[in-house]
Design a protein around this ligand. Sequence first.
Ligand code: A2P
Length: 337
Amino acid sequence: NSCNVAIVGATGAVGETMLRILVERKFPIGNLHLLASERSAGEKIEFGAKKIVVEDLATFDPTGIDIALFSAGGSVSKEYAPKFAAAGAVVIDNSSAFRYDDDVPLVVSEVNPDAAKNRPRGIIANPNCSTMQMLVALAPIHRKVGIDRINVATYQSVSGAGRSALEELGRQTAALLGFQEPNPERFPVQIAFNLIPHIDEFQDNGYTKEEMKLVWETRKILADDSIQVNPTAVRVPVFYGHSEAVNIETREKISAAEVRKLLETAPGVEIVDEPKAGGYPTPVTHASGNDPVYVGRIRDDFSHPRAVNLWIVSDNIRKGAALNAVQLAELVLAERG
Ligand code: A2P
């Protein structure tokens, strides 16, 4: 029961992790095609003991591909995902190109896996990294007591903006330590030793698109348009791992102790919550390179009768992108029996 797989954007930060996770999880790969732009066609990428040559997406024939994992940006997905789907592949798309289309399911594998089965266009959308980790932790609470409103501030690592952003943080850090100019290119202002409250484009309502993704995607994934979400998304000088300070107002009262107990058995969640030095998750000590969504700092909100605070940390490249995409591929594979 092996599957012919294509990774589109295989040379990128997410694409290379997709390949690594397929190998780690022993996904039954038949033929494997690694695709990128003309710029990297001909490069070789290691796959187990083999080296695979990167192919140019523009001239690739998708016939025979069973599953295509796309992570090469929205415009590439818009152009090529329908072509792969028309050739018979199930496309799992990490961009935001199709996420808000009614006939494209938006799926977190631990939260709404059944939604992946209904994909009239042959496309399943992978959620935004910040929404992904937040909902792995909040969905069990929503199911138990209902969530009315979510206030969230994100602390998002640079890897979410791709390989060039990782390089920019490294380069600026070294430059500034050497008393050189940081010269911002990829980010609007200096990111090293700084914080930037601006991710993706500004919208007419004053929020950024990254912030609105948390609103739109939370409602779609939980299939509940009544949930209110008030986000602030901030880029921080961290390489891997997004963190979120989350306050939830619930429909019925739930205590912090009950939330902790509920999340102890929640799929994909690991609790790290002791009120002492280091007794909480951070991107570096816990998330980076690992699969779980880590939750700590769980405490009753003393300013509100039905609210709880949580600190949610996960590797944005893994659960926030590549891991969930591979988990969706596993769901598709399981359908074939
Ligand atoms: P390439 O390396 O050839 O530019 P990241 O998000 O880390 O920047 O990675 C983006 C990924 O998307 C890379 O693999 C990149 O390939 C790929 N990509 C970008 N533009 C295109 C394009 N027009 N056609 C195919 N792949 C693309």
